[in-house]
Write a new protein. Structure first.
Length: 79
């Protein structure tokens, strides 16, 4: 069992949303938490390197399109 302290304004919003769904406040909050946990589990299972980097791809303007094709691009790397 868990006890949470929820600010009054959020509690009021939850009560209205629960009433609109015809659920008790407890059942509504429990369903929100279950959905959040499922979503979190799905996100951690399917996140790839591409997903993490896609906002940064193409951000360097004067770079070669593929560094792996010419080993000279790596000369001095890491020194």
């Amino acid at each position: 069992m868990m006890t949470l302290t929820i600010p009054d304004d959020i509690e009021q919003q939850l009560k209205v949303a629960a009433k609109n769904k015809h659920l008790s406040l407890s059942d509504f909050v429990l369903s929100l938490l279950q959905n959040a946990v499922k979503q979190q589990e799905n996100e951690t299972e399917t996140v790839s390197c591409f997903d993490l980097m896609k906002d940064s791809l193409g951000c360097i303007e004067d770079a070669p399109s593929d560094l792996s094709v010419n080993k000279s691009y790596f000369s001095g790397y890491g020194q």
